[in-house]
Design a protein around this ligand. Structure first.
Ligand code: APR
Ligand code: PHB
Length: 386
């Protein structure tokens, strides 16, 4: 087989890149190890920044998002006895949208612009430092395949082969001493906008997917077994940390349909390119989920990468491709800092000095316009290309 861009991975980065390339008149073929059903059902992120929404809308992917997504003006920050609302629209002129990654993924599949080979095995990248790179894999029917391309886009997340093939000059990493226990519950959210809670027992987050589905998280120690957290224990701990009973606010529990433990990590590898291999999304960087940046960063990467590849392959202009890694990394580092900052401000470490600094920082972002605006500007997201 032959295509212009061989895309490894059919997550949001890979599928959106294929869609953007198609609109720019560049052919792409996507290779994915998992089945289409598995990819569609994975529970992932849920918040879109305004620049992500604008991009999706500008390429014909905004209809269901506008109809079924929910626009939020801001978030709540909760500390024992206090809850503060930060209004991003007032502070930074931008809102965010609650719309699950799984929904973005469904819209991309429905758009039908990407040719995807699901259930590919033994995916390998070859000759990425030449102008004729190729990918070999075993297709779903067990046949050996070779896909020749002008460019390979590594969109295969943190466990795919691309990041190692990219032979990074540098890797930056921070592992946090806590994880999240996440639940999905068939119950109407107990809040109109997300609540991020600091509590001496640990961080908690009340998020949502729709009017009838809530998504909530608790800070737990690394290595936690979800089996040690029966449903009643989860709801009781969420109620304590989120401030049930404070000023008449109530957390309504409901049937839990999914329970999982997520480790927290920051990771960046540079450069995001080696020869004709370009990395985008989780393949190049991981952020802890506290700032809701992972999905938005993947979208911003492929917005830049698609423009660079259209220029390279259609206009024979290598300049945007040559500056892709530096351009993408500016935003990556901003979001890496913001995610680290939100994470370390809200998770308890057991250290009293840290706790007092956290509370002082939270007081600053909830009472000073300058502090609140900094959080709002980063959370609601900087323009693509920042
Ligand atoms: N060959 C082909 N595909 C692969 C391989 C491989 N060897 N290994 C992994 N993949 C696929 C995965 O199955 C997955 O579908 O690559 C895809 C990567 O998708 P994501 O992990 O969703 O990463 P990305 O598209 O960059 O999106 C980032 O996902 O993890 C969340 O919070 C993160 O929201 C962010 C978003
Ligand atoms: C989610 O809804 O899954 C979610 C929302 C905000 C975050 C992290 C996760 O910061």
């Amino acid at each position: 087989m032959r295509t212009q861009v061989a895309v490894i991975g059919a997550g949001p980065a890979g599928l959106l890149l294929a869609h953007l390339l198609h609109r720019g008149g560049v052919d792409a073929v996507v290779i994915e190890t998992r089945s289409q059903e598995y990819v569609a059902a994975r529970i992932r992120a849920g918040i879109l920044e305004s620049s992500s929404v604008e991009l999706l809308e500008s390429v014909g992917l905004g209809a269901r998002l506008r109809a079924e997504g929910h626009e939020h003006r801001g978030i709540y920050l909760q500390m024992p006895g206090e809850r503060h609302h930060l209004d991003f629209v007032d502070l930074a002129g931008r809102s965010v949208w609650v719309y699950g990654q799984t929904e973005v993924q469904k819209d991309l599949v429905a758009a039908g612009t990407a040719v995807v080979h699901y259930e590919a095995g033994e995916v390998q990248l070859h000759d990425v430092e030449t102008e004729r790179p190729y990918v070999t894999f075993v297709d779903a029917a067990g046949r050996a395949q070779r896909l020749d391309a002008d460019v390979i886009a590594g969109c295969d997340g943190s466990f795919g082969p691309s990041r190692a093939v990219a032979a990074p000059a540098q890797r930056f990493e921070r592992v946090y001493p806590y994880s999240w226990l996440g639940i999905l519950a068939d119950v109407a959210p107990s809040t109109d906008e997300l609540i991020y809670a600091w509590h001496p027992d640990g961080f908690a987050l009340h998020s949502m997917r729709s009017e009838t589905v809530s998504r909530l998280y608790l800070q737990v120690p690394n290595g936690t077994d979800p089996a040690d957290w029966p449903d009643d224990r989860i709801w009781a701990e969420l109620a304590t940390r989120l401030g049930h009973g404070q000023d008449g606010w109530k957390l309504t529990p409901g049937p839990i349909t999914d329970k999982s433990v997520l480790p927290m990590r920051s990771y960046v590898q540079t450069p995001m390119r080696r020869g004709r291999l370009f990395l985008a999304g989780d393949a190049a960087h991981i952020v802890p989920p506290t700032g809701a940046k992972g999905l938005n960063l993947a979208i911003a990467d492929v917005a830049l990468l698609s423009r660079a590849l259209v220029a390279l392959l259609r206009e024979h202009d290598p300049r945007p491709a040559d500056s892709y890694s530096d351009d993408a990394l500016r935003r990556v580092w901003r979001c890496t800092h913001f995610s680290w900052w939100m994470t370390t401000m809200l998770h308890t470490s057991g250290d009293e000095f840290d706790a007092q600094l956290q509370l002082s920082q939270l007081r600053w972002v909830t009472t000073s316009a300058a502090g609140a605006t900094g959080l709002a500007e980063n959370y609601a997201g900087l323009p693509i290309g920042f």
